[in-house]
Design a protein around this ligand. Structure first.
Ligand SMILES: [Zn+2]
Ligand SMILES: [Zn+2]
Length: 347
């Protein structure tokens, strides 16, 4: 089969590789669409140490089952599916409590780090265990189904956040996750939603997708603007989708007393937090990692049209062109959001 292989840091090669073996509990999926994640782009140069070559990346995928292992139940050839990006064990302490994202043995597809190595979905076929599969609702396209993983991350972040009807919310960073979080906060009943970024195109999109106000953090006193929009108190909740000191500090300072900060972004391994603000305002801080049980809601709400995904998809391209698209994303081409690769399309 053909696959896009990271042969060395910054060197992606479209080439023939052996078909993966399908275990007894696994199905073989013909990949129809796979999204390029920010973590794939950041992993390209080795800076994260999470994409150690040689590796087939890709964990945001959808496709059709073409083969089922001998112990597979309830799944058949031809089923249209997507799957969790993490292969959780289902048996450990945390899995048994329902927190599959906290699995003690979790392995993310398309990741090779010091602890494990697992090829992903930038390939014609991928074998995945049946317990991480989800059936696609009728009418949901493969391209949209491939965005289930980032959507589930945004949903999980919102589900982690203590919300009540009409709460004010700030979303720091209006990239793919931030824009999906804005839509989810709107669905969750938030009143005033404020999007913050430094890229004007993204802020424009944030307005279109449901933010009541947007603030360009490059252009002056963001905190004063937030206070003006919230009767001088600050927002009830902030969702942080960047993960560096500057943005987390700003989000923290925009919170009202008793407010809460949900951290999804983690670009920096560690950051500085304005401690006295956190203590004296009695803030709560929630980490939010991947997702845990959000996939069915994501699939249904996307299929129903409650979530708008089309404006976030910048391009759908053949997998054979993947190297080029990775380069454009790596070079931070303005306006590029989600890029989806299709192994079944020819150049
Ligand atoms: Zn991802
Ligand atoms: Zn587990």
């Amino acid at each position: 089969m053909k696959a896009l292989v990271l042969e060395d840091y910054k060197r992606l090669v479209y080439k023939d590789v052996p078909l993966p073996e399908t275990g007894p509990e696994e199905v073989l999926v013909q990949v129809k669409a796979c999204g390029i994640c920010g973590s794939d782009v950041h992993g390209l140069d080795g800076s994260t140490k999470r994409r150690q070559p040689p590796l087939i990346m890709g964990h945001e995928a959808s496709g059709c089952i073409v083969e089922t292992g001998s112990h597979v139940n309830g799944w058949q050839k031809g089923d249209r599916v997507t799957f969790d990006s993490t292969i959780y064990c289902g048996r450990c302490f945390y899995c048994r409590q329902g927190f599959s994202n906290r699995c003690e043995h979790g392995r993310i597809l398309g990741v090779a780090c010091d602890e494990y190595r697992r090829n992903g979905a930038f390939a014609e076929y991928i074998a995945v265990p049946q317990h991480i599969l989800y059936r696609l609702p009728e009418g949901l396209s493969f391209e949209h189904a491939a965005t289930m993983e980032p959507l589930s991350i945004a949903f999980h972040g919102v589900n982690r956040t203590p919300l009540a009807l009409n709460h004010s919310a700030l979303v720091m960073g209006t990239g793919v996750i931030g824009l999906l979080a804005i839509q989810a906060l709107r669905l969750a009943g938030c009143g005033c939603i404020i999007g913050v970024d430094v890229i004007p195109e993204r802020l424009k999109l944030a307005r279109q997708l449901g933010a009541d106000h947007v603030i360009n953090a490059a252009g002056g006193d963001s905190i004063a603007q937030v206070l003006e929009l919230t009767e001088g108190r600050g927002v009830h909740v902030a969702i942080e989708a960047v993960g560096v000191t500057e943005t987390i500090e700003l989000a923290t300072r925009c919170l009202r007393k008793g407010g809460s900060l949900t951290i999804i972004g983690n670009l920096s391994p560690s950051i500085q937090l304005p401690l006295q603000v956190a203590v004296m305002r009695e803030l709560s801080v929630f980490g939010s990692c991947a997702s845990s049980g959000e996939y069915p809601a994501c699939l249904e709400m996307l299929a129903r049209g409650s979530i708008r995904m089309a404006p976030l998809i910048s391009a759908v391209a053949p997998l054979s062109d993947g190297g080029k698209w990775f380069e454009r994303l790596y070079n931070k081409e303005p306006g590029l959001m989600k890029v989806i690769l299709r192994p079944d399309q020819q150049q």
